[in-house]
Design a protein around this ligand. Sequence first.
Ligand code: G6Q
Length: 564
Amino acid sequence: MNVRPRLIEEIATPMTTPPLLEQPAWVALAAHRDEVKSRHLRELFDEDPTRGLRYHRQAVGLYFDFSKNLITDETLSLFAQLVRDLKVEQRRDAMFAGEHINVSQDRAVLHVALRMPKDRTLPVDGVDVVAQVHHVLERMTTFANQVRGGQWRGHTGKPIKNVVNVGIGGSDLGPVMAYEALRHFSMRDLTFRFVSNVDATDFVEAVYDLDAEETLFIISSKTFGTLETLTNATSARRWLVEHLGDDTAVAKHFVAVSTNAEKVAAFGIDVANMFEFWDWVGGRYSMESAIGLSTMIAIGPENFYEMLAGFHAMDEHFRSAPFEENLPMLLGVLAVWNHDFLGFPTVGVMPYDQYLHRLPAYLQQLTMESNGKHVTRSGERVAYETGPIYWGEPGTNGQHSFYQLIHQGTTTVPVDFIGFANSLNPLDDHHDILMSNIFAQAQALAFGKTEEELRSEGADERTVPHRVMEGNRPSNVILATELSPRLLGSLIALYEHSVFVQGVIWDIDSFDQWGVELGKQLAVTIIPELTSDAPTKLAHDSSTNALITYYRSLKENGRGDGDF
Ligand code: G6Q
């Protein structure tokens, strides 16, 4: 497959299709919403006893039940039309073909190439990216095996026992989420730590009990220019050199993961110890690239390849299944339905699996950094809601705190419940208790509890209004056999592609992140103003001026009573 990358103008201005709000299917969905909004999930389930089965799909090891959404067959067929009219499938194919669909950065978006099998080829701009990917995977494999096998020795000859990933955002959340998720498969005599925050506490606590002689730092940064990561990496280098008393120790204790060999070398890491990736891998889509080096060391190359196979299986499903059977398409359009048509501003992601406790944070970046955009691909202000807020906590913990609002608050929160048939740590009846809560919570959210039911249960009349659960609150349930590297890959790819589908519908660039870039620049101008010898006259707004001045005086005299 060899494609001519389309010119940026060709992609950014596909004005053969009318804007979203004028799309006939969108207009029809808006009218349809008014009908559906008056319905209750109780009625919809009563009218169709097969609903729970009809609105479920199975693919790539996942059972996806979306029956407890406020939808009918018409909702799905209107979305099928919308997806067709907006050429979502063609845009998907353009991504897989390496076209520059990240329009504002004029880049291909090819995380799907990171998990293509070795026998595939994908020439982009004349280079086979699959061959590049596998070349790096092989280098990672050799290195991971050396560390795991104790052949990679530190400066004093001791094998590595501790691996510290230093990175932030996409260079941290994937590695930490994957390590936690797959800890069961990890090599238990290695210790893994993840340092992301520029708050020194993060670094100091991470290395507090580590022996420098046995510690390997993986400096993960796509650009190798991110202030937080470079600050932490510099502190890590100083810590190591202080402990080992020799500058040359860096060679055996630091490796880099980056796209920027020059900056890696300038930092003092031998590029022979650099694992490469490419500008067509977005940070939040990079956990299965070399950014996953810590994951590979933890779970071993074989399991890492299994994870890649899981990603790839979902890629193939997304690429080939018709809309009606396509899990990412369905998850994506349901998110648009709940957000744009029913007006629900957030999505709760509740994994009922302790190993997935960092999944909500990971998905928060994936979804909100991708689809938190206010202009279309051609730069027009959008006239509709784009990305919802994602948040969540593992069950059952959340049930004892914020689920109250989900059940009885005035805001509706659609929930994605994620659970497994088998526990990796079977212990008495823990797992059935855990899973009974998914089923019960989804049921209670959908069907609620009426006054009549409460009275028939003998509830004290005064408490009846307080105990009523209106129900009609949507949820998805995603079930799988058990958490495994392969399953994790498929689950992440499901969300990645669902984000893609939403982004195409909203006609936004899901693959840039100018808001994050802004954050990287803003602090830099203020840093020099926080030192005691900086000029006292500041040129910001009055609030920022006062805050900086107060901070400086508090820092200098401990009382904050300086002249501000
Ligand atoms: C991800 C974002 C962002 C990025 C970090 C770290 O999609 O671009 O979270 O991953 O800002 O950037 P570096 O990897 O370049 O240090």
